[in-house]
Design a protein around this ligand. Structure first.
Ligand SMILES: [Zn+2]
Length: 83
């Protein structure tokens, strides 16, 4: 994982969607605030999927509402400051 700070992934199991995974970049492990925000960002994607079963929301208004519920800024991307 180079460019993305986090991902939410659904895995295929046969003809249907199976397991879910949230992954974060090792680059954010030293920044507790950013780590928490990225986890919440990805969890908002998971929450939207769990509620309606769609993987097509992306960063739309449904996802933005979920972000506010889980306590993160509804921003699609974050700039990572150079160390
Ligand atoms: Zn996202």
């Amino acid at each position: 994982m180079v460019r993305r700070l986090g991902t939410f992934t659904l895995r295929r199991e046969g003809a249907s969607w199976g397991g879910m995974e949230i992954a974060v970049s090792a680059r954010i492990l030293g920044d507790a605030g950013l780590f928490t925000d990225v986890i919440r960002h990805e969890y908002a994607h998971m929450l939207v999927y769990l509620r309606d079963g769609s993987v097509r929301h992306g960063h739309d208004r449904v996802w933005k509402a979920a972000c506010l519920e889980v306590g993160c800024e509804p921003m699609a991307t974050r700039k990572l400051l150079p160390r």
